[in-house]
Design a protein around this ligand. Structure first.
Ligand SMILES: [Zn+2]
Length: 168
């Protein structure tokens, strides 16, 4: 694993282990900054294009997980929402939100250093949420129920028609 070279271009000789070590260093720096112990680096064509940490402490935004922040940075760098071909190295096991974000943007490969089991004693595991997500939506603890006013219709068709005609 440590000798697996992701570099696809001349001059990019960072190994996968080096990428993970950088994610872990980011996580440790974030502890010093008063944040949670999570860091992530995002790789595209062998190059690091995003480095991020969990920023909940500084933003009060609960979605600012390291992987989410890395995805946000990478989409700005590449100028597109499709991150197909990108890979993430995360210091901790991604939570369901971050894993879902990877699905949504086309990231096919990710690695983590610390497992949910290792996070459990410190309340840093998201295994409980994974268990929730594995249930059918209507059986999860979050109350999620359909509610469409009787006269409501055509939202998606309206969007689709706009796409077809080239309108925004
Ligand atoms: Zn997450």
């Amino acid at each position: 694993m440590s000798t697996f070279d992701l570099g696809l271009q001349e001059g990019t000789i960072m190994s996968s282990e080096q990428h993970m070590r950088e994610a872990l260093a980011l996580a440790r720096d974030n502890i010093k900054a008063g944040g949670r112990p999570f860091g992530a680096v995002l790789i595209y064509q062998g190059q690091v294009i995003a480095r991020a940490v969990n920023e909940i402490h500084s933003t009060q935004d609960p979605t600012c997980h390291a992987e989410m922040q890395a995805i946000r940075q990478a989409s700005r760098v590449l100028g597109r929402p499709d991150l197909d071909g990108c890979e993430i190295y995360a210091s901790g096991h991604p939570c369901p939100m971050c894993l879902a974000a990877m699905h949504l943007c086309g990231i096919r490969r990710a690695w983590f250093a610390y497992s949910n089991d290792e996070g459990e004693p410190y309340r840093l595991s998201t295994a409980d949420i994974y268990a929730q997500m594995a249930r059918p939506p209507l059986q999860q603890e979050v109350v999620l129920r359909p509610m469409k006013p009787a006269d409501e219709e055509g939202l998606y068709a309206q969007w689709h028609a706009g796409q077809a005609s080239g309108a925004a």
